[in-house]
Design a protein around this ligand. Sequence first.
Ligand SMILES: [Zn+2]
Length: 110
Amino acid sequence: MEYFIDINSIPKMKNIPCFKIKLLPQDNIAEKLPKFLYADKEIGLRSKIGGYPDFIQEDDRPICPECKQKMSFYGQLDSLNDEYCIGDCGMIYIFVCFDCLETKAIIQSY
Ligand SMILES: [Zn+2]
Protein backbone atom coordinates (compact mmCIF):
# COMPACT_ATOMS: atom_id res chain seq x y z
CA MET A 1 0.00 0.00 0.00
CA GLU A 2 1.36 3.40 -0.93
CA TYR A 3 1.03 6.52 1.12
CA PHE A 4 1.42 9.97 -0.28
CA ILE A 5 0.67 13.41 1.03
CA ASP A 6 -1.40 15.80 -1.01
CA ILE A 7 0.34 19.09 -0.16
CA ASN A 8 -2.85 20.98 -0.91
CA SER A 9 -4.53 19.15 1.98
CA ILE A 10 -1.98 20.41 4.54
CA PRO A 11 -3.33 23.36 6.48
CA LYS A 12 -1.17 26.39 5.82
CA MET A 13 -1.92 27.94 9.15
CA LYS A 14 1.13 27.89 11.47
CA ASN A 15 1.17 27.93 15.24
CA ILE A 16 4.02 30.24 16.20
CA PRO A 17 5.86 29.63 19.50
CA CYS A 18 4.62 32.05 22.15
CA PHE A 19 6.68 35.06 23.27
CA LYS A 20 5.42 37.60 25.78
CA ILE A 21 6.23 41.17 24.70
CA LYS A 22 7.80 43.22 27.50
CA LEU A 23 7.41 46.96 26.99
CA LEU A 24 10.66 48.88 27.38
CA PRO A 25 10.13 52.66 27.34
CA GLN A 26 12.31 54.30 24.70
CA ASP A 27 11.87 57.96 25.63
CA ASN A 28 10.95 60.20 28.60
CA ILE A 29 7.28 60.40 27.68
CA ALA A 30 6.99 56.61 27.51
CA GLU A 31 8.93 56.33 30.79
CA LYS A 32 6.43 58.59 32.59
CA LEU A 33 3.26 57.33 30.91
CA PRO A 34 0.57 56.91 33.58
CA LYS A 35 -0.78 53.39 34.12
CA PHE A 36 -4.46 52.42 33.89
CA LEU A 37 -6.41 53.83 36.82
CA TYR A 38 -9.15 51.23 37.17
CA ALA A 39 -8.51 48.41 34.67
CA ASP A 40 -7.72 44.86 35.82
CA LYS A 41 -4.01 44.36 36.47
CA GLU A 42 -3.38 42.21 33.38
CA ILE A 43 -4.74 44.91 31.04
CA GLY A 44 -1.81 46.53 29.25
CA LEU A 45 0.41 43.45 29.73
CA ARG A 46 -1.20 41.06 27.23
CA SER A 47 0.97 41.85 24.19
CA LYS A 48 2.65 38.79 22.69
CA ILE A 49 3.90 37.16 19.53
CA GLY A 50 2.70 33.65 18.72
CA GLY A 51 0.70 31.28 20.83
CA TYR A 52 -3.03 31.61 20.56
CA PRO A 53 -5.04 34.81 20.35
CA ASP A 54 -6.63 35.79 23.66
CA PHE A 55 -9.84 36.82 21.97
CA ILE A 56 -12.01 39.14 24.04
CA GLN A 57 -15.01 38.38 21.84
CA GLU A 58 -15.67 35.39 19.57
CA ASP A 59 -12.93 33.58 17.58
CA ASP A 60 -12.50 35.83 14.58
CA ARG A 61 -9.48 34.33 12.80
CA PRO A 62 -9.56 35.73 9.25
CA ILE A 63 -9.30 33.92 5.93
CA CYS A 64 -6.50 34.90 3.55
CA PRO A 65 -8.00 36.89 0.66
CA GLU A 66 -5.58 35.20 -1.77
CA CYS A 67 -5.50 31.48 -0.93
CA LYS A 68 -8.70 31.30 1.17
CA GLN A 69 -6.89 29.42 3.98
CA LYS A 70 -7.16 30.43 7.63
CA MET A 71 -4.44 32.95 8.44
CA SER A 72 -1.78 32.33 11.10
CA PHE A 73 -2.00 34.28 14.34
CA TYR A 74 1.15 36.39 14.50
CA GLY A 75 0.53 38.37 17.66
CA GLN A 76 -1.58 40.75 19.69
CA LEU A 77 -0.94 44.29 20.90
CA ASP A 78 -2.59 45.52 24.08
CA SER A 79 -3.96 48.92 25.02
CA LEU A 80 -1.27 51.07 26.67
CA ASN A 81 -3.16 53.08 29.29
CA ASP A 82 -6.34 55.13 29.72
CA GLU A 83 -5.15 57.66 27.13
CA TYR A 84 -4.08 55.07 24.53
CA CYS A 85 -6.91 52.63 25.10
CA ILE A 86 -8.27 50.58 22.20
CA GLY A 87 -12.03 50.79 22.73
CA ASP A 88 -12.74 49.49 26.24
CA CYS A 89 -9.40 47.85 27.18
CA GLY A 90 -9.23 46.18 23.76
CA MET A 91 -6.43 44.71 21.73
CA ILE A 92 -5.21 44.59 18.13
CA TYR A 93 -4.74 41.07 16.74
CA ILE A 94 -2.41 40.55 13.78
CA PHE A 95 -2.69 37.66 11.34
CA VAL A 96 -0.43 36.67 8.47
CA CYS A 97 -0.48 34.26 5.55
CA PHE A 98 3.11 33.04 5.20
CA ASP A 99 2.46 31.80 1.68
CA CYS A 100 0.86 34.91 0.17
CA LEU A 101 2.44 37.48 2.54
CA GLU A 102 -0.97 38.93 3.29
CA THR A 103 -1.67 40.48 6.69
CA LYS A 104 -4.80 41.46 8.50
CA ALA A 105 -5.31 43.24 11.81
CA ILE A 106 -8.54 43.21 13.77
CA ILE A 107 -9.66 44.91 16.99
CA GLN A 108 -11.66 43.38 19.78
CA SER A 109 -12.79 45.23 22.89
CA TYR A 110 -14.94 44.64 25.97
ZN1 LIG B 1 -2.72 33.07 1.58
